[in-house]
Design a binder for this molecule. Structure first.
Ligand code: HEC
Ligand code: HEC
Length: 248
């Protein structure tokens, strides 16, 4: 019994040692760079890395082998074991190419805008509009999952540049879901939206538009009237009610 324990400790030893191997941080020189010129000063590379992490809203460990909360000397920065690191290299090449093209614009101001990781990512790893993300989540994983996702994103990213938490995003998601034949998910998105914007005319109008898609003019009329009760100047409700009146 004891012997077996000893054997297993001994066989685990190399792995243990590897896990605890430490590297100098910051390193003296760059080891495994394909995009960044090897002669770049290390502090400049690390500043770039911090910008990557901030622009994407991730930690170093998203791209590098290491454990959150552990000292950076325990990380293996040259390792290419994580796919996002390779994606990041492609992104760096893409950004350089985009900026080369921008520089060929006619009358380009030499101080003109440059594209950076932040231009698209805005602090989130997958640069996707909130309406698109909610439409995808609701249609593939269902209403409960989409609702949980929305609440979690809102808690974490409200007030950041990452997502638009105005009433518009869930209205758009609801309209797309209704068009894609997901009526329950569409209604659920509007109910969730109303929780945050209880008196938004646009939500009632979206409900009216969805009712029209189903051909339910009675429900549509009621919804557009509700929109006008919330905001007598709501253009969409005014227009739709006028059209509905005409075909009565
Ligand atoms: C979005 C992905 C990403 C994030 C996040 C990221 N890095 Fe990197 N890192 C890279 C890529 C890609 C390279 C290699 C660049 C190349 O090939 O030119 C690299 C290279 C490095 C290197 C040089 C390694 C070598 O080969 O010598 C260091 C050091 C480094 N990163 C530190 C950090 C630190 C510290 C953080 C967190 C603050 C961080 N990185 C966050 C993608 C990332
Ligand atoms: C033109 C817009 C754009 C710019 C600029 C951009 N990205 Fe991306 N990035 C994307 C898109 C779109 C995806 C999603 C690709 C996919 O899922 O197929 C993505 C995905 C990624 C991923 C993988 C996400 C994951 O889930 O791990 C990483 C890492 C990444 N980008 C890093 C960067 C870095 C670093 C920069 C700056 C050097 C950058 N990106 C600049 C559009 C952009």
């Amino acid at each position: 019994m004891r012997r077996r324990l000893l054997v297993s400790v001994l066989t685990a030893l190399p792995a243990l040692l590897a896990a605890q191997a430490t590297h100098k941080f910051p390193p003296d020189s760059l080891e495994n760079v394909d995009v960044i010129p090897r002669s770049t000063p290390v502090p400049q590379v690390i500043a770039t890395m911090r910008t990557f992490a901030q622009s994407l809203g991730v930690r170093c460990t998203h791209c590098h082998v290491g454990e959150d909360g552990k000292p950076l000397t325990t990380y293996d920065f040259p390792s290419d074991d994580k796919t996002p690191k390779e994606i990041a290299r492609q992104m760096m090449r893409m950004v350089a190419e985009v900026n080369r093209r921008l520089d060929t614009l006619p009358d380009r101001d030499p101080e003109g805008l440059q594209v950076t990781c932040l231009t698209c990512h805005r602090g989130y790893v997958r640069p996707v509009p909130l309406a698109t993300l909610m439409t995808e989540t609701a249609s593939t994983s269902g209403l409960d999952s989409a609702t949980r996702t929305y609440r979690a994103l809102r808690t974490r990213y409200y007030g950041s540049d990452a997502f638009n938490f105005s009433e518009r995003s869930l209205n758009d998601a609801a309209l797309r879901l209704a068009r894609d034949n997901h009526p329950a998910e569409a209604a659920g998105m509007l109910a969730l939206n109303e929780e945050f914007f209880p008196s938004a005319a646009s939500i009632a109008s979206a409900r009216g538009t969805i009712a029209l898609l189903k051909g339910d003019t009675t429900a549509a009329r009621a919804a557009f009237r509700e929109a006008l009760r919330r905001d007598p100047n709501d253009r969409e409700a005014q227009g739709r009610l006028r059209d509905l009146g005409a075909q009565r």
